[in-house]
Design a protein around this ligand. Structure first.
Ligand code: NAD
Ligand code: MN
Length: 497
């Protein structure tokens, strides 16, 4: 977070600290480094290839509503071409290559991503709407880190499961969402390639540009043709990919609804499947927590990436004795968050990724208000143009509320209180999801007691939204199954005997 410094106001009086938000001179990141092609083709067999029926759709900058480029819409026949290229690359080259050589390619890709990091960060911010501070400091460095990490595993697969023989699966079909476009691509591609598989991947329809730039990195790294193929398009393209008969494994990240559809559509096949789905993660704050750090943690937990985070700490459970004070502090901090131009280095909350998402968020907020929720919206301005929403919260939300049960996927926090550890755990687990959770307390024993009873894949203590390629990530129940990251992230891409 940007630190507020004292500043002279118009009346020449020096003011300090909350609740005032200081005026900042804009500090806009230049977009000169990025060249966006007007028309973007599919990436098949190492080459940019026009879609057979010549159909294209538009991708927008959600912060300005301006068209950025045309993106190819892959149909079933294009997807088939991509799968054939991946199969040929698997049987011809990649499946036979030594782990050491595969690792070399992955290291090379990682280094080029680092070299071109600024270009990737600006492009991601333009197409997705996330603050440049986040794409520059979080998304892109983590993308490179993921390739570095799995490069290291490529020649050590004999040690993944001690005493067991492992081998690659073949052609992997992957479908990813729009909230961390390039990072989700890295989470999918790096472990798949390290294990010796080839890939056909489909990005989300609103955010295709950064993965198409990654295709250029693959070319620059001389990755053999067909090892990674990129088919752009919407749900129908994704469906054509996951149901293709020559795919050995499907990896999907996205909504629980589509995850279930995919699981059903491949149920009668021998395809392996991993699903990384939605969440409604609980963020528990005990009265003995370091309050100001916890406030910052809760803010980061829900407003990072406009709340478009599968593991967002969207349900705050705060101990009753401190609730009033804690919520006041939260509101003060929310009023200081700057929502606006994602290219401004001062921006905390960027643009909502699309008009559809913004409409969905507004509709859910309306539902919350209609159900009698105690609604608070941060002060401060948002731009007139573009898809923006101010950080907001609902206080006193019981589990009967719609908002406490379904994933909003936006900058909306719901709050309820508890009195005992047992009540906190019960409330935290009262969800069909189980992706992540956060605990704030100064007492290690209380953290362990709580964590051991929470049903969530990732549990953070006295921090939130910490990601590392060495650490497995994934969910329980309606949040899906399978892990990405760490040694566990290799299992879904290997035959283990
Ligand atoms: P979505 O399910 O609508 O779309 C995800 C992807 O699936 C997109 O590429 C989309 O084009 C594709 N798709 C849509 N219908 C399809 C079909 N019938 N067959 C195959 N593919 C299809 O989700 P979204 O709105 O883009 O993303 C937000 C969701 O993703 C949230 O629920 C969020 O929690 C989840 N998510 C989960 C994780 C995780 O690791 N668990 C990470 C990021 C996002
Ligand atoms: Mn876009």
């Amino acid at each position: 977070m940007q630190i507020n410094t004292p500043k002279k106001t118009k009346s020449n009086v020096v003011t300090m600290g909350p609740p005032e938000t200081f005026e900042y001179a804009p500090s806009i990141e230049s977009t000169e480094i990025v060249k966006i092609d007007k028309q973007n083709k599919l990436f098949i067999n190492g080459k940019f290839t026009a879609p057979k029926n010549k159909k294209y759709f538009l991708t927008y900058n959600p912060a300005t509503e301006e068209v950025l480029a045309e993106i190819a819409e892959a149909q079933t026949n294009d997807v088939d071409l991509a799968v054939k290229a991946a199969r040929k690359a698997y049987t011809g080259v990649w499946g036979k290559l030594s782990g050491k050589m595969r690792g070399r390619y992955l290291y090379r890709i990682a280094r080029i991503i680092q070299e071109r990091a600024r270009e990737f960060a600006v492009l991601e911010t333009l197409d997705n709407g996330k603050p440049i501070r986040e794409s520059r400091d979080i998304d892109i460095p983590l993308v490179a880190a993921h390739f570095f990490y799995y490069a290291g595993w490529a020649d050590k697969l004999d040690y993944v499961v001690p005493g067991k023989k492992v081998s690659s699966l073949g052609v992997v079909g992957q479908v990813i969402p729009w909230n961390f476009p390039l990072l989700m691509a890295a989470w999918k591609i790096a472990p798949a390639l390290a294990c010796g598989n080839t890939v056909v991947i489909k990005p989300a329809e609103t955010t295709s540009l950064s993965i198409l730039l990654l295709a250029k990195v693959f070319q620059e790294a001389s990755l053999p043709d067909g090892v990674v193929n990129i088919v752009t398009g919407a749900g129908a393209t994704g469906s054509a990919l996951v149901t293709h008969s020559d795919i050995n494994k499907v990896a999907f990240t996205g909504s629980t609804e589509v995850g279930k559809l995919i699981a059903r559509s491949i149920a009668k096949t021998s395809k392996k499947l991993t699903l990384e789905l939605g969440g409604k993660s609980a963020h528990i704050v005990y009265a003995d927590a370091a309050i100001d750090q916890a406030v910052e943690g809760v803010i980061n937990g829900i407003f990072f990436n406009q709340g478009h985070v599968c593991c967002a700490g969207s349900r705050l459970l705060v101990e009753e004795s401190i609730a009033e004070m804690f919520i006041e502090k939260l509101k003060t901090r929310m009023n200081q968050l700057r929502t606006g131009n994602p290219l401004d280095k001062n921006t905390d909350v960027g643009a909502i990724n699309s008009k559809t998402e913004l409409t969905k968020i507004k509709k859910l907020i309306r539902t919350g208000i209609d159900e009698g929720g105690d609604y608070f919206e941060a002060t401060g301005k948002i731009p007139d143009k573009g898809y923006f929403h101010k950080p907001c919260l609902f206080n006193n939300v019981s589990s009967a509320f719609t908002l406490s049960r379904i994933e909003i996927f936006g900058p909306v926090l719901t709050i309820s209180t508890f009195r005992t550890v047992q009540e906190a755990i019960l409330k935290a687990n009262d969800t069909p999801y189980g992706l992540a959770a956060g605990i704030w307390s100064e007492k290690g024993s209380k953290i362990h007691k709580t964590a051991s009873q929470l049903k969530a894949g990732v549990i953070w203590a006295n921090t939130y939204n910490k990601f590392d390629p060495t650490s497995p990530f994934g969910g329980y129940n309606e949040s899906g199954f399978g892990r990405e990251g760490g040694r566990h992230g290799l299992f879904p891409y290997l035959e283990i005997k």
